[in-house]
Design a protein around this ligand. Structure first.
Ligand SMILES: O=C(O)c1cc(=O)[nH]c(=O)n1[C@@H]1O[C@H](COP(=O)(O)O)[C@@H](O)[C@H]1O
Length: 306
């Protein structure tokens, strides 16, 4: 089952970090672009080849220290059919290297359409889980569950997002509590349909690291849901902000960082140590630092409390 296998892998690697493969062509090292453009020219094909070479380099450096990567589809979809090819080629490569692949597609549509999104992503052999947007209602989520069970896949449902404007709608008060609390109630209820031996469900929740007080409430409200936590790093959330996402055993959350990891070679922390040719080594160093910070300040403390 997706969730039990993922939790096993997290325990094995002692690392709840997820690396976000959200490549931006302007931030990719010049030597990779030169390589790709020499073969294909400076066009969509060349750009997509550069994205792939970049991703492959990162995966080669991090596959033995992380459990999962998350690919935000927009960075690929922007390049049309070639971009989609690289999206799936990257997913396949990560899978071959033994890491879980989360396709961050944030889909949300009427049930009949949801079935087609499920076919596109959950039925794909290289995708382990997807993100979905529940704000069109429960009927738009249920179609994914058949494929999850049939193919052993996972779902992460947006509950409280990390962006500044997430409160505009998610924090609105209704006569049944806040909007995100109602979504959390629904997610928790349906999560019981796919419970694993670990006590967690293959249906998880997306909870932004940038709202730690909300995470505290949601951790209690959704005891079966693994949290996929974005917002760490580039969006400003720190290790202190994510502690409420974990349970008392130091489990229950995976923490995504995209830009801060993959473009670490450009950051003041690492640029003196690693050249652009060593961009993937800088990414690995950033992941190791993140892993150690999380383990030392959260997971060990929680385990001591037990
Ligand atoms: O579902 C997500 O992953 C997601 C939800 C959310 O609330 N906020 C959020 O930033 N994300 C994704 O997490 C990643 C954040 O990237 P960085 O800010 O570069 O770490 C992007 O792929 C976003 O699409």
């Amino acid at each position: 089952m997706f969730i039990d296998n993922l939790i096993e892998k997290i325990k094995d690697k002692k690392n709840p970090t997820v690396v976000g493969l959200d490549p931006r062509i302007e931030s990719i090292p010049k030597f990779l672009k030169d390589m790709a453009y020499n073969i294909h020219g400076e066009n969509v094909k060349g750009i997509c080849e550069a994205l792939y070479l970049f991703n492959k380099g990162i995966i080669d450096e991090i596959y033995n220290i992380v459990s999962a990567v998350k690919l935000q589809v927009a960075f690929y979809e922007a390049y049309g059919a070639e971009g989609f090819k690289v999206f799936f080629k990257t997913a396949e490569y990560a899978k071959e290297k033994g890491i879980f692949v989360i396709a961050d597609v944030k889909r949300g549509d009427i049930a009949d359409v949801a079935k087609m999104y499920s076919k596109a992503y959950l039925q794909h052999k290289s995708i382990d889980a997807i993100t979905v947007n529940p704000y069109m209602g429960e009927d738009t989520i249920l179609p994914y569950i058949d494929d999850m069970i049939k193919f052993g896949k996972g779902l992460f449902i947006l509950v409280k997002t990390s962006n500044k404007g997430s409160g505009d709608i998610q924090d609105l008060k209704t006569n049944k509590g806040l909007v995100y609390e109602n979504v959390a109630e629904m997610v928790n209820r349906i999560s019981k349909m796919v419970l694993g031996k670990s006590g967690y469900s293959s249906i998880g929740a997306v909870v932004g690291a940038t709202y730690p007080e909300v995470a505290k409430i949601l951790r209690k409200q959704m005891p079966y849901c693994l949290f996929l936590v974005p917002g760490y790093g580039a969006q400003g959330a720190t290790v202190d902000d994510i502690k409420n996402c974990f349970d008392n055993n130091g489990l229950g959350a995976i923490i995504n960082s995209s830009r801060k990891v993959i473009f670490a070679y450009k950051s003041p922390n690492w640029s003196e140590l690693y050249s652009e040719y060593e961009y993937a080594k800088a990414a690995r160093a950033e992941v190791l630092m993140m892993r150690d910070m999380i383990n030392n300040s959260i997971i060990k403390k929680k385990q001591i409390m037990m």
